[in-house]
Design a protein. Structure first.
Ligand SMILES: Nc1nc2c(ncn2[C@@H]2O[C@H](COP(=O)(O)OP(=O)(O)O)[C@@H](O)[C@H]2O)c(=O)[nH]1
Ligand SMILES: [Mg+2]
Lengths: 159, 197
């Protein structure tokens, strides 16, 4: 138990770079990556006015609900979802069964272009994520929090 | 499953409030949201029906402060309590780090409490978690009501694992933060001893 997803600087930078590039290549507004449990990994683009924490949680809820629906009809998942609004649209892709890549775009770009670039980006993301998993496995059982003390924990609540 | 990000120096944990319909899960989150300073919380999201019953989940992100240079963030979720939302409850338990069981102290909800706790055990097991080992606390809510059964009785039926337990009146905030702190503490302790994946 107490499984943790651990993300180190190096992989994080690579993941973020993929998101940044996706923004440029697709002329989209926001790109973000969420783990399936609803935790935001990174966001790129015009994120200033976006509540990315809420976006992350609702994305995960949505993907989980659609995954549940998929299983009911004998699919393992719906890996791609597209939602079209009046001005903004949203594309979600499940990568490696573990994380979700979300692109928010408007009519300055096209669904075709977005879909094409996402494909490439998700392949790349997949490779990075594999190295995250491997790193975590090789680093053995030691929790990066092994050195925190009970006093540290209590201090958190004393404020 | 907690998420430790060395780059942003953040640690994220997921806590789920579980319990029968109308026991006060959403009320707990509302109270926390009301009392916590603006720099410590994000938006409270409620996916509810027109009659304010939780449809999918409530979500409240909290930031508790730093431990050794890492910002500790807790994501609080509630589940929909009604029996027919079981599929949704399972989804929300994915990746959970700690569970709060909110019991409704009223005599006529005793059976619903027991059923919900059994349901929690089964749903956790489906995700590969063991209710006897996961960070877990119990809240006996609605202590203000005249038909509340004695705590000893609730304890006997629900707290056989002898986990931290709190009496609560959620709308007034009684016991709300005690409950939250005690589960957060257990989650962090687990993280301290637990291995990464
Ligand atoms: N008297 C009393 N009412 C409560 C208490 N906690 C919650 N309630 C009420 O019970 C109802 C259901 O609460 P809610 O939080 O929506 O339940 P949930 O289904 O578990 O999310 C609401 O009308 C609350 O105001 C309590 O401690 N005492
Ligand atoms: Mg509710």
């Amino acid at each position: 138990m107490a499984n943790s997803l651990v993300m180190y600087e190096e992989e994080f930078s690579r993941i973020h770079a993929v998101c940044e590039r996706l923004i440029r290549e697709t002329h989209s507004k926001v790109v973000f990556l969420v783990d399936k449990n609803g935790q935001l990994i990174t966001a790129a683009g015009q994120t200033q006015n976006v509540d990315t924490t809420s976006l992350a949680s609702l994305t995960a809820g949505n993907v989980a609900a659609m995954g549940g629906l998929a299983k009911l009809i004998g699919e393992s998942e719906f890996p791609h979802q597209f939602h079209e609004g009046t001005n903004e649209s949203l594309y979600m892709t499940v990568i490696g069964g573990r994380v979700v890549l979300v692109v928010i775009f408007d009519n300055r770009t096209s669904l075709g272009l977005v879909r094409l670039r996402i494909k490439k980006a998700s392949d790349e993301m997949m490779r990075i994520l594999e190295s995250v998993t491997m790193r975590a496995e090789y680093s053995g059982a030691a929790s990066p929090f092994a050195e925190i003390s009970d006093a540290d924990i209590e201090n958190l609540f004393s404020e | 499953m907690s998420f430790i990000n060395y780059s942003s120096r953040e640690i994220n944990c997921k806590i789920v409030y579980y319990g029968p319909g109308l026991c006060g899960k959403t009320t707990n989150l509302h109270y926390i949201h009301k009392k916590v300073g603006p720099n410590m919380k994000g938006k409270l999201i409620s996916l509810s029906t027109e009659t304010e019953r939780t449809l999918f989940f409530d979500f409240l992100p909290l930031s508790l402060g730093e431990i050794r240079g890492f910002r500790t963030r807790f994501h609080l979720y509630t589940v929909p309590g009604q029996v027919f939302y079981d599929a949704s409850r399972k989804l929300i338990l994915k990746g959970v780090d700690g569970v709060v069981f909110v019991a409704d102290s009223q005599l006529e909800r005793m059976e619903a409490n027991i059923e919900s706790l059994d349901n929690l055990r089964v749903n956790l097991a489906e995700q590969g978690y063991d209710l006897d080992r996961i960070p877990f606390v119990i809240q006996y809510n609605k202590r203000d009501l005249p038909n509340a059964v004695p705590v000893e009785e609730l304890r006997r039926e629900l707290n056989y694992r002898n986990v931290p337990e709190w009496n609560a009146i959620a709308p007034q905030g009684v016991g709300v933060f005690d409950t939250l702190k005690s589960v957060a503490r257990l989650v962090l302790r687990e993280l301290k001893k637990g291995g990464s994946r």
